[in-house]
Ligand binder design. Structure first.
Ligand code: SAM
Length: 436
């Protein structure tokens, strides 16, 4: 096995990302992390450069007379890593410059050594001027692509700067305590006995925030199913969807099963059918159910394609649809590089199709919970407004979640430091249609 330096691996991963190949999560898999001398540094470089890329790229433009050629994207990525380390990490300047210049050898482009040295040394000298220039442009300063910044500004004129700030923070690690196995207080005490500091979340009754993120498998009680890793906003699913014993529930977009399991922990007698159209994602649902000793029927299916009669009627439907994930940018900063407005349009159409296909499967008097980890109104409130307008039997149900903003339809949580991710919920009840 070849062991690579974190800087070189980060450079390769960022080059692939900028060519729209894969995602950070797919590149930073266990095998890749085991191939480097510094897995934590590799993650820091990759996440940091993605988080600040629009600002780092701006600095690079200021520091170079002309842009690099497309075939020298690897040199550009090496420079971005160097700039990130110099301007955002506490590495001594000389070490950062020397190590970045030395890494040029591995790229086989000796001509770039002088360039990398000059750019980083100038960045070091001109830090104050660069920062003053960056502050003049919100897209650069808040490090968001212009289209996304404008969309967030349009959708959340009062809150968009707080959102941009929130997107640039590091996400906390949140646990869901399995109330079937332990109370939150008991679990907190068990963690404390192992030296793990955790504090209760303010919204979800079984949530605990860890002071320091750690490997989930190493958590006391994880293997035995006492805790799961899940953001607090997602955990709220079990509080928002009205549950009673024995209900028939469809989780139509279920993988990896986080919400399926949260619902079953709250009410294990539910008869859950968990569907996902991606077969490769189904084993994750099964593993989670197995670890938590819960039961659901798990199938690979797409409700927009299969005949509705196949599934029968459900008392509750959870539609946790695929979305732009703009509420979880702090966890997946590569979204800033990868997401495009055209993709958002496709997602909106997909969500509309899923809503239309799910609705006939809901029994009269039943509830459908629509959720996304998006901050964009087109995927959230406007999507539900459009649906309600065309479905006379869809009755919006008011939701009250502390800290959430009330929308025309549904409620929106914004990403909060040491709090939940950005998340949207809308609850619809199916009423009997009155015949004229
Ligand atoms: C936001 S994720 C669901 C997360 C999951 N509910 C949880 O809490 O762990 C959306 C899921 O929808 C699935 N999906 C996308 N289109 C679908 C479709 N037409 N039918 C069923 N599942 C679909 C994706 O494969 C993805 O796993």
């Amino acid at each position: 096995m070849t062991v690579s330096s974190p800087r070189i691996l980060a450079c390769q991963i960022l080059t692939a990302l900028m060519q729209h190949q894969g995602s950070l999560a797919s590149h930073l898999n266990a095998q890749v992390l085991s191939q480097t001398t510094g897995p934590a540094l590799l993650q820091e470089f990759c996440y940091g450069v993605c988080r600040w890329q629009p600002r780092l790229q701006f600095y690079l433009q200021q520091l170079m007379d002309k842009p690099l050629r497309a075939k020298d994207l690897d040199v550009q990525c090496l420079l971005l890593v160097g700039l990130y380390q110099l301007l955002f990490m506490r590495t001594p300047d000389h070490a950062c410059v020397n190590e970045t210049v030395a890494a040029v050898d591995t790229l086989g482009k000796p001509w770039a050594k002088a360039l990398v040295n000059a750019v980083l040394r100038n960045a070091q000298r001109q830090q104050a001027e660069l920062q003053a220039l960056a502050e003049r442009d919100y897209s650069v300063w808040y490090a968001h692509p212009e289209w996304l910044l404008q969309q967030l500004k349009q959708d959340w004129p009062q809150h968009y700067r707080a959102i941009l700030d929130g997107n640039n923070q590091r996400a906390p690690m949140t646990l869901r305590v399995n109330q079937r196995k332990a109370s939150r207080t008991e679990c907190q005490a068990l963690l404390a006995a192992e030296g793990i500091v955790a504090k209760p979340g303010l919204l979800a009754p079984n949530s605990l925030y860890l002071a320091q993120p750690m490997d989930a498998v190493g958590l006391p009680g994880f293997v035995e199913g006492m805790v799961s890793v899940q953001d607090e906003a997602s955990q709220l699913v079990a509080s928002v969807l009205p549950l009673t014993p024995g209900l028939r529930v469809l989780d139509a977009c279920a993988a990896p099963g986080g919400k399926t399991c949260a619902l079953l922990e709250a009410e294990p007698t539910l008869q859950v059918l968990a569907l996902d159209n991606e077969a490769r994602r189904l084993p994750r649902i099964l593993q989670n159910l197995d670890r938590l000793q819960l039961h659901a029927e798990v199938r690979c299916a797409d409700i927009t394609q299969e005949p509705a009669a196949e599934f029968g009627r459900f008392d509750r439907i959870l539609l946790d649809v695929p979305c732009s994930a703009t509420g979880v940018i702090r966890r997946h900063p590569d979204i800033k590089l990868l997401r495009t407005p055209a993709e958002v349009e496709l997602l909106v159409a997909k969500q509309r199709a899923l809503l239309a296909a799910a609705w006939p499967l809901l029994a009269t008097g039943g509830y459908l919970l629509y959720s996304t980890c998006s901050l964009l109104k087109a995927e959230n409130s406007a999507q539900i407004a459009q649906f309600v307008e065309h479905h006379a039997d869809a009755e919006p149900v008011a939701l009250s979640i502390e800290a959430a903003l009330a929308c025309d339809f549904g409620v929106q949580l914004l990403p909060q430091a040491d709090g939940p991710d950005g998340f949207y919920y809308a609850l619809l009840r199916k009423r009997g249609v009155q015949l004229a």
